[in-house]
Design a protein around this ligand. Structure first.
Ligand code: GDP
Ligand code: IMO
Ligand code: MG
Length: 421
């Protein structure tokens, strides 16, 4: 029996989808525990690219169950669209199941997301505008509508009418944008199509654990976007940390056997918020161009900079990483030198513990350790000994600094461009 959790160790887009797809081969069940279609997980299988937003990467293996857990917020139109695209690409999606307890994203959530972003002015967050924040707000306010409600037409309509009244009173800009009848009609249509997939996903997981099977939990977003432990308020609205498997899938904490940090070999961030190692000069540009760092969901250019060890060690405390998966190492090839931030300087002091005070974090400047780079193309490396010595020295330092072993190194977008350490 194993329960392995994959956590994005930075600000998202670390390559979770690729790693999940690679590891899913050895799992019986793959589940997502949080977020919605604000996520964009790109998977490349034998040169064919798939962009997943809600469905975990296990979908490519028809013999594994793939679950959309109760901690998620689900836009049914987005989900059906994603399923259609996968089906056209030869993946039937017959193995997908959705938690009846997950919350629905409704069309007005997307409108509210836009209205809120506009009204925040200089405090805007740079959200993906997928309505994810407003859907989670409804959940906390206990007026949300859940996936299971789709199965009872009367109950769904009652809740929708009530919810829309609340929203119209609160958001003047919403009037005229919400047509209850049209929403009810389209959601009943979605209900018909999704009904066979709506189940108690926790039970499926508990049964799998009881039978000694392997469960892989695919995180969304990243540690630093976590609602509690991330760079609040520049975060997403869900639990992105390893604890999300208990709150978002119903997995008892003691059942978790491994927590893997998915770590990009450099750092990227989309949206607003402090990012100490951001490089707005030539290095940032190199990483952005070579790493094709554009947001999957919004097409925005991702901000880029060196790896931040402070963030990794902070994430280790919160998530209890048992292993690291380093991704996009191939992108660093060609640089004369590579750097890792090993401390911050703030207020005349050197910090080696992550500052949870946002004012201190805001003024933190990175202290770098510099390593010689490597020029070789490493994308065909399939064992550690294939990597240049300088590259291995960089990896060894990451292990030494975090005191967490590297389990895998990804050297290309394709599912199988991976080194098992
Ligand atoms: P996720 O949100 O964590 O799943 O990451 P994204 O899919 O948003 O972004 C990662 C991007 O890098 C995708 O386009 C992947 O296809 C690509 N990718 C993943 N691993 C590697 C790698 O090791 N090397 C390269 N060059 N690209 C990778
Ligand atoms: P994956 O799973 C990167 C960011 C947004 C914004 C903030 C809040 O692909 O790693 P939201 O729409 O969630 O309210 O936006 O969070 N964000 C992500 N950044 N990768 C993601 O997911 C993200 N999901 C949300 O850019 O800064
Ligand atoms: Mg992504």
């Amino acid at each position: 029996m194993s329960v392995t959790v994959l956590v994005g160790a930075q600000w998202g887009d670390e390559g979770k989808g690729k790693v999940s797809c690679y590891l899913a081969r050895h799992a019986d069940l793959v589940a997502r525990f949080s977020g919605g279609n604000n996520a964009g997980h790109t998977v490349v299988i034998e040169g064919k690219e798939f962009k997943l937003q809600l469905i975990p990467s296990g979908v490519f293996y028809p013999d594994k169950l793939v679950l959309l857990g109760s901690g998620m917020v689900i836009d049914p139109a987005g989900l059906l669209d994603e399923m259609e695209k996968l089906q056209k690409g030869g993946h039937p999606c017959a193995n997908v199941r959705i938690s009846a307890l997950a919350h629905l994203v409704l069309p007005y959530h997307r409108e509210i997301d836009k209205i809120q972003e506009q009204s925040r002015g200089k405090f805007s967050l740079g959200t993906t505008q997928k309505g994810v924040g407003p859907a989670y707000s409804d959940k906390s306010e206990r007026i949300g509508i859940r996936v299971g409600d789709l199965l009872d037409e009367k109950r769904f309509l009652e809740r929708l009418q009530f919810n829309v009244e609340v929203k119209k009173n609160r958001f003047q800009g919403l009037n005229g944008h919400v047509d209850v009848k049209a929403i009810a009609g389209s959601y009943q249509e979605y209900a018909k199509r999704l009904k066979p997939l709506i189940v108690d996903t926790s039970k499926l997981i508990h049964d799998a654990i009881a039978k000694g099977k392997s469960v892989l939990c695919e995180g969304a977003q990243g540690m630093m976007l976590d609602l509690d432990f991330g760079t609040y308020p520049y975060v997403t609205s869900s639990v992105t940390t390893a604890g999300g498997v208990t709150t978002g899938l119903g997995i008892p904490p003691a059942a978790v056997t491994d927590v893997y940090a998915i770590v990009k070999a450099y750092t990227t961030r989309v949206g607003q918020g402090v990012f100490p190692t951001e490089d707005t000069g030539s290095i940032g540009q190199f990483l952005q161009e070579k790493g094709h760092e554009f947001g999957t969901v919004t097409g925005r250019v991702r901000r880029c900079g060196w790896m931040d060890g402070m963030v990794l060690n902070y994430g280790k405390l919160i998530n209890g990483y048992t292993g690291l998966v380093i991704t996009k190492l191939d992108v660093l090839s060609g640089l004369d030198e590579v750097k890792i931030c090993e401390a911050y300087r703030a207020g005349g002091e050197t910090l080696t513990d992550f500052p949870i005070d946002s004012a201190v974090f805001q003024n933190s400047a990175p202290v770098y350790r510099t390593f010689p780079g490597w020029k070789e193309d490493i994308s065909n490396a399939r064992k550690m000994s294939d990597l240049p010595k300088t590259c291995r020295a960089y990896l060894s330092f990451i292990e030494e600094y975090t005191k967490v072993p590297i389990k895998y190194v990804s050297v290309g977008a394709d599912r199988d461009a991976m080194i098992a350490a």
